[in-house]
Each structure stands twice: as C-alpha cells, then as structure tokens.
Design a protein. Sequence first.
Length: 332
Amino acid sequence: MKYENHPQAASPSLLESFLRAEMNQHCSAARERPRSMRDFERRAIGLATMDEQMAVSCLSALPAGRKEGRMRYAPAIGIFMAEVIGATYGNLRVDSLVVEETPRRVRARGFVFDMQGNFGASSDVIEAVGAGEGKACDERTRSEIARIATAKARREAIFLVAPRTACQAVEAACVEAAFGDPEAQARSLARIAAWMSAVGLREERVWRALGVAGESDLDVAEAATLLGLRNAIADGDTTLEEAFPEDAPPRFIPPRDDAPAPGGGELRASAAAQLVHLAQACQVTPDAILDYIRAKGQGTYRSLHAAPEAVLTGVVRAWPDVMADFAGSRRE
C-alpha cells in the first residue's frame, strides 16, 4: 500500500484550543507574579542606563511651536524609550505588523495585551511612502519605512496600557547618565557636534533656534533637548526643518543672578553676542540697531542714549522690547 505524506492544516477548533491554552498559561503566570511598580522602575532605569549610549538613545524631544516668536521644545517618548518600558513593565505581550502597503503609504498595527489586567489594545500608524514628486522608493527604502511604522505602532500600543508618566523617572536617570559628570558631558556634546556635521546642520541655525550664543552657553536641559531632537529626527517623528526653522528669531537670554554689574566686561560681551544675532535676523549691521536705539530716546530706551558706553548693557536689560520694536520697524 502506498502512503502519501501531505501537509494538512490544523482545524480552526484545534488552533483555537492551542491559542487558548497558551494565553491561559501566560495569564496564570501573571497572576502568580503580579507587577510591582517599584521593581518596574528599578528595572527600567537599569536597562535604560546600562551604558551611556543607551541612555542617550532613550532621550527624545519635539518642537512645540512658538510662543512670542520663540521656538519651544517639549520632552517626548522615543522608540527606544518605548522598547525599554515594554520590556520591563511586566506581564505584557507586545507585537506589531504591517497590515497595508500601497505605493503611497504603509499602515502598521501595534498590539499589546496586559495579561495581569486582562486588557488589550491596538494602535495603527500610517507612514507616507514616496521619494518626491513622481518618484518611487526602492525596496530598501520601503523596508525602512515599514520598520519605522511598525516600531511607532508598537510604541503607541504600549502606552495605551502603560502610563506615560512612567517615563519621567527613566528620562531623568538617562539625563544624569549622559551629563552627570564633565567627561560624560563632553562626550555628549561631541555626539551633538558629530551629528550636526553629518547632516550638514549649520551651528548658527541651531543656536538661533535654541536661543543661545554658542555651544559654551548650552546648559544641561538644552543639550539634552538637542540629543532628543536628534533621536526624534532619526525616528521620523520630526524633521530638521521643523526642529530648526531657518527663520527662527534670536531669543533673549536674561543675565544670571551672579552676572557682573552693568558695565562689566562679561555682560557687555553677552549683549554684543545678542546684538549680532538680532542684526543677522534682521539682515542689517549691528551699528544700525545701535543707531536706532540711540535715536529712539524715549520710553524703554530713555536710559540707553544717555551714555554711549551703556548702550550694550541696556540692550541686555530691554532685549524683548528692542527685538520686537526694531523687527517691527523693519517690516513697516
């Protein structure tokens, strides 16, 4: 007798029983080892800060529009941070897949199931496909777009179950790991400089958007924001144009409490740097701005024309009004 060995598909009832048994086993294990938020935070911080590169990769930030003509940035949750939370939150099943792919878009769906709380959720993310007007993407580019879409869908699904506030302590630990000592801070600043060079981003454009005179004026929060913007651009959450607009006006930096008294050399140097930023933004010479301030001679600027040597110091004190008034006069 001749026997033929043909593969046969499992019946729906058999497949269903297998899946049901697997899910029941996972839920039973979750009930036996319930989630501890204290252990979750400890494990998440440990994973996110296992090395400096990992800590830097977990930072993210996004442009939050402008207020009074100034760029604003807000902390965000990046893909790396979501993976850390998903891996350490406990008793979660997370997955994602591409559910639709057309010449113009890729749609991915992320799934998450909390086996302890018996709660599941899903989230869809759509990424546009296209290299430009009338151009098509190659397969490698489409694969990369699909990878980013599935990662984003997984991230969105995770935070339909895990609270977003769980990231705050982890983010603070990542900032401490990246900037906690002078050597780590120097390495982080070197990463920023290398990235700016690699993408062809002019330093003046970055400092103008952040409202600083240069790298030496960056504080920890601003440097962490720069690293977060770098990661967000790599994740496809924003673009260079959105993060660092070309027309971003200079931002006034108030003098520190320990700054020297009016007329001191450091304060005049800071004012001179601010003056140069304003002149570049308005496409005039710094002398033109000083002449305008001296000629104003009333209201906010009354004290500025009294003594020529006090003009630069006065620019620091009255900078918001100077910037708005002079820029407005240029528009008129």
